[in-house]
Design a protein around this ligand. Structure first.
Ligand SMILES: Cc1ncc(COP(=O)(O)O)c(C=O)c1O
Length: 384
């Protein structure tokens, strides 16, 4: 049986009519950029996340840049982030004109480790740090209590990369409402997804919100009067319309993901394949929801000591999998100028060698999950 990593057709089929009607309204209104459809999505999104302001924009990458720039991050300042994330978590800091400082991750959650952040803040690289940018990786919030304490003690800003975490929470507060500002991505593979590129900044700070709104439109206050140098980072009307429809279903989809993750856990344990970790030996280490978090399982990521061979085996059987991320950011060719070396972030480097994301999407069936786990059992049995 073929098991896809993600099958968006299963999401589209039941929503077909509703989505086409929403697109038709945009065509009729001719408000193709921003306009009523984006404004309606912004209002509904802010209400769902319990934040004062939501600003729709052109991608998660632009949302990160807008959040940083609107919060006042720029040249002469540094921002601490994780070496184990998508490239944009870090490149947006550089695009804002600031310097990126890295700290290692927690091997259980794969999120930025607050203890590592504190130690880097005490080093020579910590002097010009003005903000911390934790990523809620795979749909689980970073350790927010610790980051709030550190930021409070040192008067730092907290910017959330919530690109993978729509609906996640920390102590019942939603991702997107935790920091000074947050960035979401609606890239088509995300748990809340557009039909193209789209993103959003959320914040409870009205000044940051106003500045982000201005920066996404070339820094325009009044039409053709530019108060500062911004960029074209607007959301288009079709994406706003599609996202408003999907916003009604995302809580149910996230709940389905939670049930799928619980079932993977049961299946792996019943097959005797699960190891305690954090590092794998002969079996697989399963992902965990840590106390205080509400995980939305954007990805279900296991660890295996023979990850590459396991992935090849699954591919040969028609089972999808993906590696998020195979190269830690400090090892990326484009980021050599940051001045880090291999060995500087051992947890991130080890995670890059061992992580494997398995199929998880709301419509994934139980027999498909059984097929995935049975294939992994076969691999582990035959190739010890
Ligand atoms: C953690 C993280 N940050 C930022 C982004 C950038 O979002 P986008 O692809 O919408 O620009 C993504 C997604 O691709 C992501 O996963």
């Amino acid at each position: 049986m073929v098991v896809p990593m993600l099958d968006l057709a299963r999401q589209y089929q039941p929503l077909h009519r509703e989505l086409l009607d929403a697109l038709d309204q945009v065509l009729t209104s001719r408000q193709f950029i921003l306009g009523d459809a984006v404004a309606a999505f912004e209002r509904a999104a802010a209400e769902q996340l319990d934040v004062a302001c939501a600003i729709g924009c052109s991608s998660g990458t632009d949302a990160l840049w807008l959040a940083l720039a609107a919060a006042g991050i720029g040249p002469g300042m540094s921002v601490v982030t994780t070496p184990f994330s998508f490239f944009a978590s870090l490149s947006s800091i550089l695009r804002a004109g600031a310097t990126a400082v890295l700290a290692d991750i927690d091997p259980v959650t794969f999120n930025l480790d607050p203890a590592c952040v504190e130690s880097v803040l005490g080093s020579h690289r910590g002097d010009s740090v003005r903000a911390i940018l934790p990523v809620h990786l795979y749909g689980q919030c970073a350790a927010w209590d610790a980051f709030s304490r550190v930021a409070g003690e040192r008067n730092l800003l907290l910017i959330e990369d919530a690109a993978q975490a729509w609906g996640a929470a920390w102590n019942h507060a939603k991702a997107g409402s935790l920091g000074n500002a947050a960035a979401f991505s609606f890239y088509p593979t995300k748990n809340l997804s557009a039909a193209g590129d789209a993103g959003m900044v959320t914040t409870n700070n009205l000044e940051i919100a106003e500045r982000a709104r201005m920066l996404r439109q070339h820094g325009m206050g009044h039409r053709y009067h530019h108060r500062e140098l911004g960029w074209n980072a607007r959301m288009d009307g079709f994406q706003g319309a599609i996202l408003s429809v999907k916003l009604k279903y995302i809580a149910g989809w996230n709940q389905a993901r939670r049930e799928l993750a619980a079932r993977y856990d049961q299946l792996f344990r019943a097959a005797g394949l699960a190891e305690d970790g954090p590092y794998p030996e002969h079996g697989v280490v399963l992902p965990r929801e840590v106390p205080g978090t509400h995980h939305v399982w954007h990805q279900y990521v296991i660890r295996s000591a023979r990850r590459d061979a396991l992935r090849e085996f699954l591919t040969a059987r028609g089972i999808g999998s993906e590696i998020y991320y195979p190269v830690a950011l400090h090892a990326q060719e484009a980021l050599r100028g940051l001045g880090y070396r291999e060995g500087d972030f051992p947890e991130a480097e080890r995670a890059a060698r061992e992580v494997l994301a398995l199929p998880i999407f709301p419509e994934l069936r139980e027999d498909e999950q059984q097929t995935v786990v049975a294939a992994i059992a076969d691999f582990l049995a035959t190739r010890q």
